[in-house]
Design a binder for this molecule. Structure first.
Ligand SMILES: *[C@@H]1O[C@H](CO)[C@@H](O)[C@H](O)[C@H]1NC(C)=O
Ligand SMILES: *[C@@H]1O[C@H](CO)[C@@H](O)[C@H](O)[C@H]1NC(C)=O
Ligand SMILES: *[C@@H]1O[C@H](CO)[C@@H](O)[C@H](O)[C@H]1NC(C)=O
Ligand SMILES: *[C@@H]1O[C@H](CO)[C@@H](O)[C@H](O)[C@H]1NC(C)=O
Ligand SMILES: *[C@@H]1O[C@H](CO)[C@@H](O)[C@H](O)[C@H]1NC(C)=O
Length: 345
């Protein structure tokens, strides 16, 4: 229509007043204006359509929003998560916040016992030493992929709990890619609000005895031909404790130093995350320490239990074959205190 008008006018004007070109320019300007406003209206329509989509997205977020208790401070919200597992629905516990944690430790430091204690809590799901499998820790992307699955409550293990899990995590040894990739892992922990539970052993000589005895049993398989790292009966514990390792005294101090340094380095690295530091000896002696852990994970306090039976319960002198040599090697060093049998753990 506009085009017809234009051309009719053009023709007309051409006939009547051929010399005057201004009206043509004017009409061209109006045409341009109409086109511009057309484009404007079209873009408004687009905006409107975007606006129609947005409330649906808001609705999804709103459900999560309603999970938040407004009295909870922002600093705490970072550590409260509402995972949506792909394999099941959290049902009535959709709004039960989940805390993410990782038990960072070394072999033979009581972490197996500690994890069973945690898992005896109705709301805790600690999935074991997931990164003992090499493929899961070959590079940082496979590490984060594995962690994502655990923290989305999509990891299946014997420790997996129901939809009312309020704390989910794993046990992670320092030599399972943790120290190697510590920078990226710490970044991940801080980004996703993962709390670190650092668990170490004070008496590194006792730890060494446990390491050597465990590695001996891996080949000797003293319990009816099977290797057991942890036992559930006094009888089994006695069988395993019968073996007394001989410690190479030349390697002893460098070995203790190395272990000491690993622990110190781990503490130094992970101090920028939300963390708690625990010692096996303290947990054994002081049951309040366990409740500190539950508080740290914001879990309701309850009795925790483990079926693990301690293997090396005798004094150190009865558990090391070349005790005299070990005693001489450590006497007068910074590790002298490890020799003292003042606590039987
Ligand atoms: C713990 O689990 C129980 C049983 O599944 C559930 O009723 C309760 O709400 C959970 N508590 C927390 C704090 O998540
Ligand atoms: C990480 O390792 C996985 C599994 O071996 C591999 O498929 C992937 O390509 C690796 N990614 C990078 C970035 O190297
Ligand atoms: C080994 O097996 C025998 C017979 O099955 C059983 O009586 C014994 O308790 C087992 N010993 C250990 C240490 O498990
Ligand atoms: C202790 O270890 C060192 C270094 O590996 C070795 O040279 C030495 O023979 C070992 N000593 C004993 C008694 O096995
Ligand atoms: C036990 O642990 C609690 C909490 O960490 C601490 O306050 C208390 O002093 C400890 N008790 C002993 C006897 O060490």
């Amino acid at each position: 229509m506009v085009v017809d008008d234009c051309c009719f006018f053009n023709k007309d004007s051409l006939v009547t007043k051929p010399s005057k070109k201004y009206p043509l320019v004017l009409w061209m300007a109006i045409l341009g204006l109409i086109m511009i406003s057309g484009v404007y209206i079209f873009s408004l329509c687009l905006k409107l359509r975007v606006f129609v989509v947005t409330p649906n997205q808001w609705k999804g977020k709103a459900t999560k929003q309603t999970c938040h208790d407004l009295r909870i401070p922002q600093s705490e919200l970072r550590y409260m998560h509402y995972p949506e597992p792909t394999t099941y629905s959290r049902k009535e516990c959709t709004c039960t916040p989940v805390r993410f944690f990782a038990i960072l430790s070394m072999q033979r430091s009581g972490s197996g016992w500690f994890e069973t204690l945690l898992n005896s809590h109705v709301n805790v799901s600690s999935n074991g030493e997931i990164f003992s499998v090499k493929e899961r820790r070959v590079n940082i992307s496979s590490i984060t992929e594995t962690l994502d699955k655990v923290y989305n409550l999509d990891w299946y293990s014997s420790a997996s709990k129901n939809e009312c899990t309020a704390a989910v995590g794993l046990k992670w040894m320092l030599n399972q890619g943790l120290m190697q990739h510590h920078k990226e892992i710490i970044k991940y922990f801080n980004k996703r609000g993962v709390s670190a539970i650092l668990l170490f052993r004070r008496n590194l000589l006792r730890r060494l005895v446990s390491v050597l005895a465990n590695s001996h049993d891996r080949n000797a398989k003293q319990l009816n031909g099977t290797h057991k790292a942890h036992v559930h009966s006094k009888n089994e514990a006695d069988v395993l404790a019968r073996y007394k390792p001989t410690i190479n005294t030349t390697l002893l101090i460098p070995e203790l130093k190395l272990t000491d340094k690993w622990g110190a380095d781990a503490l130094e690295h992970f101090k920028s995350t939300r963390h708690i530091r625990l010692y096996y000896e303290d947990l054994v002696h002081n049951s309040t320490k366990l409740m500190d852990v539950l508080d740290f994970l914001r879990l309701p306090q309850q009795m925790l239990s483990s079926r693990h039976v301690k293997i090396h319960s005798k004094s150190l002198s009865d558990q090391i074959e070349n005790w005299d040599a070990v005693y001489t090697a450590l006497k007068g060093t910074e590790y002298e205190s490890f020799l003292n049998a003042d606590y039987q753990i």
